[in-house]
Design a protein around this ligand. Sequence first.
Ligand SMILES: Cc1ncc(C[n+]2csc(CCOP(=O)(O)OP(=O)(O)O)c2C)c(N)n1
Ligand SMILES: [Mg+2]
Length: 275
Amino acid sequence: MSKLLKKKFIKIVKKVKINSIKSIYHAKSGHPGGVLSAADIVTYLFYNELKLNKKNINSLNRNRFILSKGHAAPLLYSLGVELGLLKKNDLFKLRKINSKLQGHTSRNHTPWVEANTGSLGQGFSFGIGQALACKINKTNNKVYVMIGDGEIQEGMIWEGAMFASNYLLNNLCVILDNNKIQNDNFVKNIIKINPLEKKWKSFNWNVITIDGHNFKQIKNAINKFKKEKNNPTLIVANTIKGKGVNFMENNPLWHGSINIGQKNYERAIKELSNE
Ligand SMILES: Cc1ncc(C[n+]2csc(CCOP(=O)(O)OP(=O)(O)O)c2C)c(N)n1
Ligand SMILES: [Mg+2]
């Protein structure tokens, strides 16, 4: 990525983060921590790999992205605004009954999101199904799925992990947002997930570990995935929950669902604006 492109890109991420926090603040409910840990990677994917627009949105050959940790939905909506798929005003409709902006992603309400997610583990399996369907249909596209580190405590994940490598789904790239926190506690205090890399390698996945806030590393990992000939890829992205807002960083309190409140909102926006 050239310096100029990187600068432009960082500006977009900043807007996406600010708009996500704005929508959660106005809804008086939502999940800021996991939005902020995932924003760099998901924005990278949307701008470089998905390239969704109003025309290609329903094409069979499109690359897909499934947000399996569906509670980070405001991140997708803010990206939708940047890409012209939603209006900026829509952000104020987050979590309102029947609005396009459901608290967890819903295809029925927002057709350009790939899947209804929120029940942890299911988006992962849905993505595996899509990747298999793409293979069967011989479409030359990629399926990206983001999962949380708490999410992999779901049993369904491990059945899917076996299935995906059994069917040689090298068109599937799963990004694990390894922010070390799940709901109201640290992941390691609920069920230990380490050694992460060893576990996934033993399930025959192509495993790549990166700093999930470093664009060069994100780009290199995606490029490696695209060269993989046999196995599905897992990118273990080490991230910070609440990244960019000091008082939210690495603090389970800001997982959600939480009413941010005016003072904290103003502090958060100030910090994100100067990030
Ligand atoms: C099947 C299921 N069980 C429990 C929950 C409640 N829940 C919502 S978010 C969450 C923690 C998720 O942690 P993680 O996957 O690490 O997400 P992140 O840290 O990225 O926000 C839990 C347990 C759920 N949504 N689905
Ligand atoms: Mg987590």
